[in-house]
Design a protein. Structure first.
Length: 154
């Protein structure tokens, strides 16, 4: 079964260059967009600012993690954020694995306390926890980052 995104609530954790572009595209799908960052950002008219990641997760159906990795962001998506998303929520991580507590996410996915996840980075890359492969509520994608095809000049 599919879930429609139109009219749903999207949260973007980290509104840097990539987070801003993700939010802009989500708005194009008719989603209610909120974001969390160190402070409110210009150019975000119509989006809701939530300073606290837990508050952002509570108001989101889909949480997009788009943060740079640093000591300050390590496991910023912890058990509290994950459980605030709830059994119908989905985490989409397009940042670094260290931003999410992988053990807490796996536990929540296995027990139904988190609805789903879409991932392309893992804490122990290039290996990943084999528990992910047993889950039917996870989309796993190889990490492509800024990879692209280059066409040879003729």
């Amino acid at each position: 079964m599919k879930r429609r995104v139109w009219g749903r609530r999207a949260g973007v954790l980290g509104l840097g260059r990539i987070g801003y572009e993700v939010a802009r595209r989500l708005q194009g799908f008719g989603m209610d967009v909120a974001y969390s960052d160190i402070a409110e950002k210009p150019g975000t008219e119509g989006w809701t600012f939530e300073k606290d990641p837990v508050a952002l997760a509570e108001r989101s159906d889909f949480l997009f993690v788009t943060l740079a990795a640093s000591a300050a962001t390590r496991h910023i998506v912890d058990r509290n954020v994950i459980e605030s998303l709830g059994p119908n929520g989905m985490i989409i991580n397009v940042s670094r694995a260290s931003n999410i507590d992988e053990s807490a996410r796996l536990d929540a996915l296995e027990t139904g306390r988190l609805g789903a996840a879409a991932l392309d980075v893992f804490e122990n890359e290039p290996a990943h926890d084999p528990r992910f492969l047993a889950l039917d509520n996870v989309l796993l994608q190889p990490h492509h980052a800024s990879g692209r095809w280059r066409h040879a000049r003729r």
